[in-house]
Design a protein around this ligand. Sequence first.
Ligand SMILES: Nc1ncnc2c1ncn2[C@@H]1O[C@H](COP(=O)(O)OP(=O)(O)O)[C@@H](O)[C@H]1O
Ligand SMILES: Nc1ccn([C@@H]2O[C@H](COP(=O)(O)OP(=O)(O)O)[C@@H](O)[C@H]2O)c(=O)n1
Length: 212
Amino acid sequence: MRYTALLMIVTIDGVAASGKSSVSSGVAQALGVPYVSSGLLYRAATLLGLEASLDLHAAPGLLTLLGAHPVRLEPLAGGNRVWQGERELTDDLHSSRVDRGVSVVAALPEVREWVDAQLRALPEPFVAEGRDMGTNVFPHASHKFYLTASARIRAERRARERPEDVPAIEAALQRRDELDTVQSAPAPDALVIDTGPLDLQGVIDTILTRLP
Ligand SMILES: Nc1ncnc2c1ncn2[C@@H]1O[C@H](COP(=O)(O)OP(=O)(O)O)[C@@H](O)[C@H]1O
Ligand SMILES: Nc1ccn([C@@H]2O[C@H](COP(=O)(O)OP(=O)(O)O)[C@@H](O)[C@H]2O)c(=O)n1
């Protein structure tokens, strides 16, 4: 564990299934700090909206629901957990149904404000991962990274975790990348890493060598 991470925010953004959460977890564990998965909050809002049969394009209903039954992100270094009261949502957040709806929910400015407020309230230090951590939420972060890889490589990796086949996963990832374009630009001061030729530890080490 390194002790140089005091009062530091590291941002790791990138496209869908580029390795953000696995890499963030590895970096966070090496630094001895938590990591924060912003995508899980968008996924939680989507899951709860779907369960309540709400229109995912309409912010007021979603915000009323989230206000009445607050969602809590538990940012641990080994893996984030999401709670709504006593109910743990974590295991339900990576279904294909949530994948399909989440970009619609994430396009709502009111939902983005709901997520951003929770993230900005967290005590430093931490590693934050998502799409706009280095641009919008923590523009003052000391170290910023952006992960990419071809859609095919990302789909092959994700196929090891999902029941669908590679072409179906690839098409869904590309659709989500398109819908997420607005919030997914790399920060101008981020180091862009193509994770295609690297294994997980290779990406983690590339980042760690650039941290104090
Ligand atoms: N560089 C890499 N090499 C091989 N597999 C990787 C690499 N990065 C991530 N993975 C694997 O790809 C999958 C998606 O990674 P994940 O961290 O969930 O991405 P994201 O958080 O961007 O969606 C996981 O199974 C992970 O173990
Ligand atoms: N900072 C963020 C994080 C996620 N998101 C949205 O949340 C969705 C799920 O994010 P995620 O990081 O859990 O998804 P994966 O890249 O892990 O598949 C994305 O497709 C975006 O629509 C966002 O808009 N901004």
